[in-house]
Structure formats: structure tokens, C-alpha cells
Design a protein around this ligand. Sequence first.
Ligand SMILES: [Zn+2]
Length: 187
Amino acid sequence: MSHPNKIARHAAADLALYMLQHGYQGTIIQDCTGLTDSMVRAYRQELERSGEINAVTAGKLKSSPRIVDTRRQMASASLLMASYRRIAANPRHQVDVMALTEAYVLYVDAHESYGLGGAPLSINEAYILARDYADDSGRRHIELRHCGCGADYLVVAEQRIAPVCPLCSLKGLDDERHSVGEAMAVA
Ligand SMILES: [Zn+2]
């Protein structure tokens, strides 16, 4: 991607700084901004020096099917993506980073409030899901389906668990199911 004018360069820099402040990994920031690895690293060092962000080591990114390896992870990812789809302008066509970040902040609160258990997805896992959701190749890696219980749930191609509503299939969690179902219905 080239940035032919100063405004586009500023926009890319602003987006990179915003993404760094929210914990996105360098490779993802490069994809979204078109900036080089060394430019993104320079911005990161600048923010680390000023104490705005902590130094982190970038882990290896999981693929979408591995992000939803359990029913609980599937329910958690569904909560995030239902919220993202509501906020984003055109999520089937392109990743809306601002909307994704906004949805992610809401999601982390909801994940804790509704007792989904385990750690919430990382912002980088959220990005991977949003990126695959936006795939225009026609392969439809990811879909949100609606269940009769009121929840919208995520189905990822090649996931290892059955593509059925995770809330309805989680057993012995009636109270949690009730509150999570409500959260997804309004998400
Ligand atoms: Zn259901």
C-alpha cells in the first residue's frame, strides 16, 4: 500500500499509534496501515519510552478455528463478534479497526460480567476473527448464526467442535446460559 500524500501518512501514523495503545501486534498493524515493520517498531519504542504502553513480546497468532476450541471459547467469541457486527460499518467487506476495538472493550466487560470463565480473547485474536469474517473470497470462513434461544453464535470453518449453539449445548449452566443469552440478544 502506498500513501501518496501527507494526510494519508498522518492517518496511517495515527491509526498505528491507536492500535499500539490497544495492544495490537506489529504484523497486524502493518496489514492495517501499510507502514513498514521498522516504522511500527519506531512508534512502539516511542510509546514505550513515554510510558504509554508496556513492552510486550508478540506471541504467535492462532488461526480462527483454534480460537474457538471449546464451547466456552465459542460462546465468548460469539459475544465479541455479535457486538462487532452491530457496531461495524461493513464487517463482511473489511475490518473496521475502530469498531472492533470499541466492541472489544465492551466484550471484555461482558465476558467478566456474565461469568464465561477463562481469560477473554486477546485483541489480536479478535482481529483474526474479524479479518476472516471479512473475507470476500466467497469461502465464508466465519458466520454468525441465530439460535432460537436468542443468541447469535459464531461458526468457524474447520472448527473442531460441532457447529451448534454453544449456549444451548453447555450443560449444567442454566443460570449462566440465561444471562449470557440475554447479553447476546441485546449485543
Ligand atoms: Zn442457543
